[in-house]
Write a protein that binds this ligand. Sequence first.
Ligand code: UT7
Length: 318
Amino acid sequence: MRSRIAGTGSYLPDKVLTNRDLEAMVDTTDEWIVERTGIRERHVAAPTQSTSDLAMEACIRALAAAGRKPEDIDLIVVATTTPDMIFPSTACLLQKKLGVRHGAAFDVQAVCSGFVYALATADQFLRGGLFKRALVVGAEVFSRIIDWKDRGTCVLFGDGAGAVVLEASNAPGILSSHLHADGSYADILNTPGQVWGGRISGDPTLKMDGGAVFKLAVRVLEEAAQEAFAANGVTVDDLDWLVAHQANVRIIASTARKLGVPESKCVVTVDRHANTSAASIPLALDVAVRDGRILPGHLVLLEGVGGGFTWGSVLVRW
Ligand code: UT7
């Protein structure tokens, strides 16, 4: 038994914050942001919207694309770093909104690698026969953990959600998953605050050593791709699409250059939603599926990297 992606969906909140808008908030320019990151705009959730609301919208679209109903789902895995509450999990809150009352639901916390971790986890459950059909979601409201006075980070992130319906299948589908973590890099990207005695203790906004993150991201994304190719006996020439974490167009371009993947095979959506952490890969995937780039039979490499540090790949035969 294997698993295959039967449908994709994504959602971006209505409110758009452009680089020009940010010029009025911090000492930055549209030119700097576009040149250094490729980002042109990001979306910000309404005060009434939580991560599970964004996730819900993406799931409705993924279910429709797969021709399935919420009751067909027996596993919900949500990758998020910005959960609605400390508990219950965002997956349980999403399950309630979907009207599902059976199966399992839980969150995965691997920051920007979260979707790859969640997809690999759901794939293992479906392969093992424990569940038949999963919603795998990446959803974030990163705008709520950003220091909007810090130009070094506030221009980089946005809110959004992406989802896939993953079904048990006789044929792949998902060919391989490889997951990695190295907690010794916790200091270069984190949000150190915590709830303690009814108060927030420590800084609850995102802190990052951008240069160190950039270098590490390019190195591990290249290594993870080579690992996936070797494990499946394929070469870079067999690859149809690289869907890497959408943090910075220069990270994607540098990784592609090192691997020898032409830029025309890289899906890039970071310009329209900035870094949406766990949501970025399913957002980019959904765009490329819906605009007809990703077609049946294509070989697609999903690659994530993020805080932890965590990284990994999922290789998919579409
Ligand atoms: O999911 C993983 C999450 N994080 C990432 O993927 C981020 C990875 N890192 C990056 O994308 C890049 O390192 C950044 C976009 C954060 C920075 O780009 P860079 O080319 O590495 O620039 P830099 O950090 O070397 O900064 C260059 C200059 C600095 O000024 P000085 O010290 O040279 O005078 C910064 O203070 O740019 C300045 N700067 C800005 N200027 C205008 C930093 N942020 C801004 C800004 N607008 N928003």
